[in-house]
Design a protein around this ligand. Sequence first.
Ligand code: FO1
Length: 324
Amino acid sequence: MRITALSGGIGGARFLRGLLPLLGPGDQVSVIGNTADDIELFGLTICPDLDTLMYTLGGGIDEQRGWGRAEETWHAKAELAAYGAHPQWFGLGDRDLATHVIRTQMLRAGFSLSDVTAALCTRWDPGVRLLPMSDDRVETHVVVASDDGSRRAIHFQEYWVRLHAEVPVLDVVVVGAAEAAPAPGVLAALADADLVLLPPSNPVVSIGTILAVPGIAAAIRTTPAPVVGISPIIAGAAVSGMADQLLAGLDIEGTAAGVALHYGARSAGGILDGWLVHTSDAPDVERLAQQGIRAQAVPLLMSDLPAASAMAQAALRLSGRVPA
Ligand code: FO1
């Protein structure tokens, strides 16, 4: 079975880590990773979601943070701060830096982000084909209100890491998306899939940014594969991260059903066939059925690997596709 998943960082990576043990030798997984979180710092190109997927599935992730490397040290960060280098709010660990150095070196040599990602994955062997959503530069900027009432756009990482998503969101702009092309293999991974999954990633800055790349949403709408998503919202709150604030800022209903309806039923021109909601959101199942989305209420708290596998199992069952 060929499974293709769209994914951001921590939530999507942990879900996929639960999916892989359910699969057999005849199954293969392609992951289309969000690159709109990417940021250039100290001359280095950093791809947080691709790295979180690669480290989580490759066994190098720091489990407590959910991002960056295990057994990390922060000497380079301290040295940069000692020089007064900015920004100092983004944590670049010593082990993690090697990934950014290799990536930047290869990009400067003319390799595409897809080539770089494949090269880095030969070390980490994540067990999936990890595809950037695009090889072109796409960057999420969040429009926030300034103290003097004016609006300003800041990089998503500044909004999230420096401001802890504590300022009201007026808009989210995915800079460069309209001019970007899907990376090689992305559209085929969707058209040729036996199953397309939307893990519980952030619907605005992870899944939404992937869908903003021209051609990708259409490929999901037209794939013969069933499309099944997992709600990142439980009882009206994001399990982690800042989805609540972003959904509110964009006037999208911040509930399990609200996110599903934002994606839309495929029968109504959207991208979803099925949607898993947490048991506490069981009332949403009927509401979604009336809108053409087949929903099911199962436990969605991804507290550990078995919980993630149970969620993945429920998604496979809901899709009607069981592994070989
Ligand atoms: N998240 C933080 O909250 N603080 C950080 O200092 C930080 C550094 C960082 C470095 C590399 C990397 O790959 C991810 C990093 N993240 C950090 C997480 C990152 O902001 C998020 O994982 C994604 O951008 C959102 O999913």
